[in-house]
Design a protein around this ligand. Structure first.
Ligand code: XMP
Ligand code: MG
Length: 179
């Protein structure tokens, strides 16, 4: 599996430090608001679990799954809810936890859904961002790292469901998905 990685962009220690820093900032900003923290499955599962451990405030968590790229590396532009929230967001301060923002289509759809369900506020924290690939005008409120326009895997992110378990974020060798 490690042979398929062209380059490590951020290692385990760098990610841990960034997640801790984000957790501290978010704790300060959300203290006393009992936020509903939403993990966007599957990619955000590792970030979410590491992040909430750095947030020693009262909060609740929930999960949502939306359609992703499947075995391709490009967005289809079609977003579908595969698994919906258990909790109601009405009147809640909602914090969306995303792994990566690419075109921004997934996120703009999610924000729209949560606002239509009358969330009190919708805030977005993403660990990774690929700003060069945006097709809608949208920025996260909190961003960990900006990445180059390359397909990345690890720390929750996959290619064809593999590589999510890598503890770092790295660039996949193109020959892995071109063959
Ligand atoms: P959009 O384009 O809607 O995409 O902002 C967001 C979702 O696409 C996935 N994505 C990636 N997954 N490596 C991955 O493993 C990547 O480089 C990558 N870029 C986008 C991801 O699921 C994200 O939530
Ligand atoms: Mg995702």
């Amino acid at each position: 599996m490690l042979n398929d990685i062209k380059e490590v962009l951020y290692d385990e220690g760098q990610i841990r430090a960034k997640v801790k820093e984000l957790g501290e900032t978010l704790s300060r900003d959300f203290d006393g608001r009992n936020p509903l923290v939403i993990c966007v499955l599957k990619g955000a599962f590792i970030f979410m679990s590491d992040l909430v451990k750095e947030m020693p405030i009262k909060l609740e968590i929930d999960f949502m799954a939306v359609s992703s790229y499947g075995a391709s590396t490009k967005s289809s532009g079609v977003v579908k809810i595969i698994k919906d929230l258990d909790a109601s967001v009405e009147g809640r301060d909602v914090l969306i936890v995303e792994d990566i923002i690419d075109s921004g289509l997934t996120l703009s759809y999610l924000i729209d859904v949560l606002e239509r369900r009358n969330a009190k506020s919708v805030t977005v924290a993403t660990l990774f961002d690929k700003p060069a690939r945006r097709s809608v005008d949208l920025e996260a409120d909190y961003t960990g790292f900006s990445l180059p326009d390359e397909f990345v895997v690890g720390y929750g992110l996959d290619y064809a469901e593999k590589y999510r378990n890598l503890p770092f974020i790295g660039i996949l060798k193109p020959e892995v998905y071109e063959k």
